[in-house]
Ligand binder design. Structure first.
Ligand code: UD1
Ligand code: CA
Length: 457
């Protein structure tokens, strides 16, 4: 029977090349932190234990997304990968295998880890390496008569070694008893004064052990993120992959070079997405949904045959079937729009329910409201839902007509079938179907020009 495996994820580095006040591994990649990718992959191999070595306390904020089976271990002084692994290996039983993953290498796959596991069956230590065109920044694999002899860090390479194209990912699998033994012998006698984990390879070699290498399924998997240029390269790779998949699966992206998905997209048939669209977190687009130019949609559900027109922003909102939304609409958090609703330009809606066949087509603000079905809200009408301290509710019944430029001062209720005349400031509940108006009488002064305006001093 194969040995139990525990995983150590290194996430305590200084990340100084990132030039950021956020820990490197907490930077965003396609809507998730870099470290989350590594944790998800570690979990997929169902290890006995996962230990994450961190330095900045902020890193542990991620723990809320994962179950408590993950151990978070602080590395107080960031004295190198060797020291970080040694700290964690002391929390693992001697007879277990230890898989070391780097928190800044998000694309490593389960399939590559399985290759590494296979390789370990006939070796003392198995390591993941690959050949790349530009090996700058990586540790180089030194071989003697074809056998791995050592890893030399970029910082310590001589002119000849710099030319070596075979690089080390930092990812390896070894028995914990051996690992601890080797790590205890590693010194910081190098130009960075760090304990390099990579030095264990030479120690293993000197003992005459078999060191086996295997390649990742794709060389992209061992791309590390040390600076923002590398972060953007990985973001591009991720976006390209997602875009290809969506197109193959039938989502029409009109301009694939200007489409961003930072999260998860579920979709029906015949979805069409225009240029410049950004989708974030969990988004569902039903059959025949169309999304216009420049829309941002976050964490929302849009049901079949709905048409989202250009430059609309939608967040935490559920939209029914056959709706027309936008252009330039802003559906801010916690809205539910039923079927056949129409929302037009410069309309902002927040924490509201809009029922079937209602229309709010121009220049409105609707907040904390429940709008019945077949309601028409005229241009420029708004809910006054906030008194500076608290939010209040507006409830509009079915089949209500609200004329343009109306102010609904909440809390307020309007009975079904009422009509509110344009320009009304509504302060009291309307409890039965009525016509409501309070338009001030229009005054008219003849022979008046601006120049005879009479200012009071
Ligand atoms: C490391 C490897 C290098 C390999 C490269 C692949 C070492 C010494 N070098 O170099 O051979 O080619 O990765 O990307 O391992 N970390 C800690 N504690 C520390 C220092 C680092 O937890 O004290 C963590 C970092 O957060 C990071 C990982 O270890 O996730 C690697 O550290 P980093 O400084 O990025 O090493 P590289 O220079 O990339
Ligand atoms: Ca790195």
């Amino acid at each position: 029977m194969s040995k139990k495996t525990s995983v150590i994820i290194l996430a305590a580095g200084k990340g100084s090349r990132m030039k950021s006040n956020r820990p490197k591994v907490l930077h965003d990649l396609g809507g998730k932190t870099i470290l989350e990718y590594v944790i998800n992959t570690a979990q997929s191999i169902k290890p006995k234990k996962i230990i994450i070595v961190y330095h900045d306390k902020k890193t542990t904020t991620l723990s809320k997304h994962f179950n408590s089976s993950i151990e978070w271990l602080v590395q107080k002084k960031q004295e190198g990968t060797g020291q970080a692994i040694l700290l964690a290996s002391k929390k693992i039983l001697d007879d277990e295998n230890v898989l070391v993953l780097y928190g800044d290498m998000p694309f490593i796959s389960k399939a590559s880890i399985n290759k590494l596991k296979n390789c370990k069956k006939t070796a003392k230590i198995s390591i993941l390496t690959t050949k790349i065109k530009n090996p700058d920044g990586y540790g180089r694999v030194l071989r003697k008569n074809g056998k791995v002899r050592a890893i030399v860090e970029e910082f310590e390479t001589n002119h000849q070694q710099k030319k070596i194209k075979e690089v080390y990912s930092g990812i390896f699998l070894a028995n914990n008893y051996d690992l601890k033994r080797w790590l205890k012998q590693v010194t910081n006698n190098n130009s960075k004064k760090e304990f390099y984990a990579t030095d264990i390879i030479f120690l293993a070699y000197c003992e005459g052990n078999i060191i086996k290498t295997t390649e990742p399924m794709s060389s992209e998997e061992i791309l590390g993120i040390n600076n923002k240029l590398q972060l953007s390269i990985l973001e591009n790779i991720l976006q390209e992959k997602q875009i290809k998949q969506l197109l193959i699966n039938g989502v029409m992206l009109k301009d694939p070079t200007h489409f961003i998905l930072r999260g998860r997209l579920k979709y029906g048939n015949n979805v069409e997405i225009e240029t410049g669209v950004v989708l974030e977190k969990d988004v569902f687009l039903g059959d025949n949904v169309t999304i216009g130019v420049g829309c941002i949609i976050k964490n929302s559900i849009i049901d079949s045959n709905t048409n989202i027109q250009a430059y609309t922003i939608i967040e935490d909102t559920k939209i029914g079937k056959n709706c027309i939304i936008g252009p330039f609409a802003h559906l801010r958090t916690k809205n539910i729009l039923h079927n056949n609703v129409q929302i037009g330009n410069f309309v902002e809606i927040k924490e509201s329910i809009i029922k079937t066949k209602s229309k709010i087509k121009h220049l409105s603000y609707i907040g904390n409201s429940e709008i019945g079905s077949k309601v028409n809200i005229g241009a420029g009408s708004i809910t006054c839902n906030y008194d500076g301290f608290k939010k209040f509710k507006t409830i509009v019944g079915d089949n209500v007509f609200i004329g343009s430029n109306t102010e609904l001062i909440a809390p307020i209720k309007i009975a079904d079938n009422s009509t509110i005349a344009a320009g009304t400031t509504l302060m009291k509940d309307i409890n039965e179907p009525s016509l409501v108006y309070n338009i001030k009488t229009q005054k008219h002064k003849k022979n008046w020009t601006r120049s005879n305006r009479n200012y009071q001093k």
